[in-house]
Design a protein around this ligand. Structure first.
Ligand SMILES: Nc1ncnc2c1ncn2[C@@H]1O[C@H](COP(=O)(O)OP(=O)(O)O)[C@@H](O)[C@H]1O
Ligand SMILES: O=P(O)(O)OC[C@H](O)CO
Length: 498
């Protein structure tokens, strides 16, 4: 029996899952890593800790399955996107911590680069702190000697996929420096049409092209693992940004199919086929995936920065709950939100607003509001934000979404799933395997080495676990949406300066 391994390197943890030929998980391991929070709006990870955790979870998963690397046909990487690492090509030492996608320290860099839609036509993205290039510029501008070393060709720059791939393929001893089209499409440096680095934008940001990885399709053999004593000899056959991997794992292969992943943040992706659809409603245009030898599939994306992390905040910063799942129990102690609305603009607001000046706002408070109402407002905040990006998607793509495939850590929350269906007015559907990010990376890697025959075979493996149908009246939906939109207005224009 052979398996395909997936490494899912996420914002809060790293997982390794082994899948069998039916797409069922056979063993897994997971490890959290430290969130380094040096100041308001700053979020960093230690890339060495992420690499060490990756090695740990891979070897634990193998041990749990009772197999060695020889039983693994291929490994695929799915990773938190935009998070940026700069490291020394001779020693493998990062010159600074990884700057995480949520980090807003680059607000000034972004403002100084000019009006928000300057690079949208080429890259599909608005200028925002979210993306990799401003983070790379910050490191080159602020770490002593980094720019000179980069210009001398001593440093490499990459997102987490590249960092892991380089380390897994030998590191300083001939490591492969590549990235895939989906990760590259989140840097602000890739031309969406040509799928190559845009020298003019890199020049404006002062990022030497020599630092950048080679851009490759998502599903192809990048090299074989060697030198780290985990998975040695196994082909590394896929890399995708985690949200693109989830889209692949949900087999959203046809234009018009959409998925939403309910994790730390929420990310709704709609497959738009071989056409890179521009957005005039605050969404991103991005590459959904590319299989080697084939044209890429594009997507429209609604990225929401804070959803599951608001539940963590309720747990860790306020101590109102002991575990994330307890938020549902607390929310069920009341019948509604009691008038309270929570706009979790902790990193400003992402899609569809792109307002770096927004900050968290809890509005509608009266003496009546209690902990239960607060828990409900926290859960509802996720569903309201998803509704906003689905509205933008329908407007941009000229369609009416007919159902939403859901996955991620929050989909165990029945109250949230029902409220989501109520707010969208269309069913929300959960598949049998909710670890779709890892599954998508495994599927892409397995396709690249012929473990699976093609996308049709993968589509046939998808099956429904549960469906939530809308039950709210249009009047009630309209009323609560109006309140939400007012709450969003209250969160804007709060932060000034950096
Ligand atoms: N039952 C639940 N109800 C609400 N939120 C939950 C529940 N279980 C997990 N979460 C939230 O989901 C997130 C974890 O989901 P996961 O998909 O593992 O995240 P990521 O891959 O982004 O790290 C956490 O932010 C956690 O607060
Ligand atoms: O690691 P996750 O699941 O929080 O996803 C993070 C996204 O890739 C950020 O764009």
């Amino acid at each position: 029996m052979t398996y395909v391994a997936a490494i899912d390197q996420g914002t809060t943890s790293t997982r390794c899952i082994l899948f069998d030929h039916d797409g069922s998980p056979v063993a897994s391991a997971q490890r959290e890593h430290t969130q380094v929070l040096p100041g308001p709006g700053w979020v960093e990870h230690d890339p060495r800790e992420i690499w060490a955790n990756t090695r740990d979870v891979v070897s634990q998963a193998l041990t749990r399955a009772g197999v060695s690397a020889s039983a693994i046909a291929a490994v695929g990487i799915a990773n938190q996107r935009e998070t940026t690492v700069v490291w020394d090509r001779r020693t493998g030492e990062p010159v600074y911590n990884a700057i995480v996608w949520q980090d807003t320290r680059t607000a000034r860099i972004v403002r100084e680069l000019g009006e928000p839609d300057r690079y949208r036509e080429v890259t599909g993205l608005p200028l925002a702190t979210y993306f990799a290039a401003p983070k790379a510029k910050w490191i080159l501008d602020n770490v002593d000697g980094a720019r000179a070393r980069a210009e001398r060709g001593e440093l490499l720059l990459g997102t987490i996929d590249s960092w892991l791939l380089w380390n897994m393929t030998g590191g300083p001893d001939g490591g492969v420096h590549r990235t895939d089209v989906t990760n590259a499409s989140r840097t602000l440096l890739m031309d969406l049409g040509t799928l190559s680095w845009d020298a003019a934008i890199a020049g404006e940001l002062g990022i030497p092209l020599s630092m950048l990885p080679e851009i490759r399709p998502s599903a192809e053999v990048y090299g074989r693992a060697r030198g780290s004593r985990v998975l040695d000899g196994v082909p590394i056959a896929a890399a995708l940004g985690d949200q693109h991997a989830a889209t692949f794992g949900q087999v959203c292969f046809e234009p018009g199919m959409a998925k939403n992943t309910y994790g730390t943040g929420n990310f709704v992706l709609l497959n738009t086929g071989e056409r890179a659809a521009p957005s005039t409603n605050g969404l991103l245009t991005t590459v959904a995936y590319q299989i080697a030898g084939r044209p890429p599939a594009y997507a429209l994306e609604g990225s929401i920065a804070v959803t599951g992390s608001l539940v963590q905040w309720l747990r860790d910063n306020l101590g109102l709950i002991d575990s994330a799942a307890d938020v549902e129990t607390l929310a069920r102690t009341v019948d509604d939100n009691g008038g309270a609305y929570f706009v979790p603009a902790f990193s400003g607001l992402f899609a569809p607003h792109w307002r770096a000046d927004a900050r968290g706002a809890l509005v509608g408070l009266t003496r009546y509001v209690n902990r239960g109402h607060l828990a409900r407002a926290v859960l509802e905040a996720t569903a309201f934000q998803v509704r906003e990006v689905v509205d933008a998607m329908n407007a941009d793509a000229g369609l009416e979404l007919t159902e939403l495939r859901a996955d991620g850590g929050m989909v165990g929350n029945e109250l949230l799933m029902q409220f989501q269906a109520d707010l969208l007015g269309v069913p929300v559907v959960r598949p049998r395997i909710t670890e779709t990010t890892a599954l998508g990376a495994a599927y892409a890697a397995g396709l690249a080495v012929g473990y699976w025959s093609g996308q049709d075979e993968l589509s046939a493996l998808w099956s429904e676990d549960k469906r939530w149908n809308p039950a709210m009246t249009p009047e009630a939906r309209g009323r609560t949406l109006r309140q939400w939109h007012k709450a969003v207005q209250r969160s804007l224009d709060w932060a000034d300066g950096d």
